[in-house]
Design a protein around this ligand. Structure first.
Ligand SMILES: [Zn+2]
Length: 79
């Protein structure tokens, strides 16, 4: 009886872990949007933007929130 209870408990634990994992996976991309941030002009681009691809010297790939925190402004084309 005790062993059965343990298995049920384990299943519940595993299930909640899976739900947590799914929750994390579906929400992380929303919170962590990566952008190409130009540290010189303080403009940030979406990774697919043509300017993001051209920017190789002063650009760093960081979180969008971090770019804004550093005083970044969105690109006129992709932002
Ligand atoms: Zn852009």
């Amino acid at each position: 009886m005790l062993a059965f209870d343990n298995i049920t408990c384990m299943k519940k634990l595993l299930l909640s872990f899976l739900i947590l994992l799914l929750f994390k996976l579906s929400f992380v991309p929303v919170f962590a949007e990566m952008v190409m941030f130009n540290t010189q002009t303080l403009k940030y681009h979406k990774l697919g933007c043509q300017w993001a691809k051209k920017c190789t010297v002063n650009c760093i790939k960081i979180d969008k929130k971090e770019a804004i925190r550093r005083g970044g402004v969105p690109c006129k084309i992709c932002g």
